[in-house]
Structures are given as structure tokens and as C-alpha cells.
Design a protein around this ligand. Structure first.
Ligand code: 5GP
Length: 193
């Protein structure tokens, strides 16, 4: 069975829809990690980008890291993860971009050391969820600041009804989601095919 199908099944069987259009997948992705399953997802991501010259993966703490790590295992590249800084004082040697958090509704600076991203890099961006696109836009802003080239973005779960993914695609960015939810409520969830 393809891993993408397994992800949809896991979402249906183990996910919980919370108020505020939040999907909780704590049992395999956001709190407890189903490592074997994440490695399968990583393999799928590596397949999707096998013809691209990716030499680095960029993600954001915390929940992007396990998926990025799993993909990196099969792509043989390092992972850089943006840190979330709430101090308001970004150190000089960091790229930074302001991001509004979907789940917490607050704003933070996504920061990445200039030591780990530069204009020689071809970057694949990976995150756990795509909702309105703020987190991915922040990461792509950081890539622009560094002069690196963006190869594309992969998310495990896109909530298509929140529009972020379609906006990015319309602006010419390659966005791959392993499960694309069209609609969800407490008792029903449908995927876009
Ligand atoms: P966006 O920035 O695209 O609006 O939201 C994506 C970010 O918010 C991701 O980094 C993810 O951590 C978080 N997020 C958005 N929607 C959900 C959701 O339904 N469930 C969980 N667990 N996280 C989400």
C-alpha cells in the first residue's frame, strides 16, 4: 500500500478534529512519533524530489523536524531547522522572518543562522501542516534573504480549505502535500483526489 494512502488512513483512524479547524495527530506526528511510518513518508518525499538538485532541507521547529529528518535519511542531505524566537531581538548573524502561528495565534520570528544557509544551497522546505501558508512563507522569505534556490515545499498534511497551498501554487511555487484535506468537521473528513 502506498504511504500516501496509509497517511490518509492514519488521519481517518487516529486524527481528531478540534474546534478552530485544528487537526490533532498527536499519536503519530505531533507528540508521539510513529518512527517506522515517518521513515516511509521520508522515502516518499525523497522519491518526489529525486530529480531535483536538493542539497539541504529547511524546516521549522518543532513538528517539522521528524519529517525533515526522515526525508534527509533517504536524500543524504543535512536538515536545518528554523527556531521560533519570541524575544524580539534577532541576533545579527541570523536571517529572520515574522510568522503568525496558526495554532497559537501569536507572532514569532523564525530565525536561521547565516552559517547554515547561503547562495550555494538548493533547498527543499518541509513542514508537518499547511494551513494559510504563513510558516512556509516565512521559510521561503529566509531562503530569499540567503540567496539560496528553492526547489519546492512538501507538507505531510495540507488543509486545502484554508487556501494557503493553492495561493503558493498560483504564484508558481511547487507544493506537494502527502494528504490534502478538502473538508473536515468533528464527524467527517474528506480528501481531495
Ligand atoms: P500555516 O502557517 O500554513 O497557517 O500553518 C502551518 C503551521 O501551523 C504548521 O507549522 C503547523 O505546525 C501548524 N498547524 C496548522 N494547522 C494545524 C493543524 O490543524 N494541526 C496541527 N497540529 N498543527 C497545525
Amino acid at each position: 500500500m502506498r504511504d500516501i494512502v496509509k497517511l490518509e488512513e492514519k488521519i481517518l483512524n487516529e486524527g481528531k478534529v478540534l474546534p478552530g479547524d485544528v487537526l490533532k495527530v498527536d499519536c503519530f506526528l505531533n507528540h508521539q512519533l510513529d518512527v517506522q511510518f515517518l521513515l516511509e513518508i521520508g522515502k516518499e518525499i525523497a522519491m518526489l524530489y529525486k530529480n531535483e538538485p536538493v542539497n539541504k532541507i529547511l524546516t521549522i521547529e518543532t513538528s517539522g523536524i521528524p519529517i525533515a529528518f526522515a526525508a534527509a535519511q533517504f536524500m543524504n542531505v543535512p536538515v536545518v531547522f528554523a527556531k521560533k524566537d519570541k524575544s524580539g531581538n534577532v541576533p545579527d548573524n541570523f536571517y529572520s522572518s515574522k510568522v503568525v502561528s496558526f495554532t497559537r495565534k501569536n507572532e514569532y520570528d523564525a530565525i536561521v543562522s547565516k552559517d547554515f544557509l547561503n547562495n550555494c544551497d538548493n533547498v527543499l522546505v518541509i513542514d508537518d501542516f499547511l494551513a494559510k501558508g504563513n510558516a512556509l512563507n516565512g521559510l521561503m522569505d529566509i531562503i530569499n534573504q540567503s540567496g539560496a534556490k528553492l526547489c519546492g515545499c512538501v507538507v505531510a498534511i495540507e488543509k486545502g480549505f484554508q487556501g494557503g497551498g493553492d495561493q503558493l501554487r498560483q504564484s508558481g511555487i511547487r507544493v506537494d502535500s502527502l494528504a490534502l484535506i478538502d473538508s473536515m468537521s468533528a464527524d467527517s473528513l474528506t480528501f481531495r483526489k
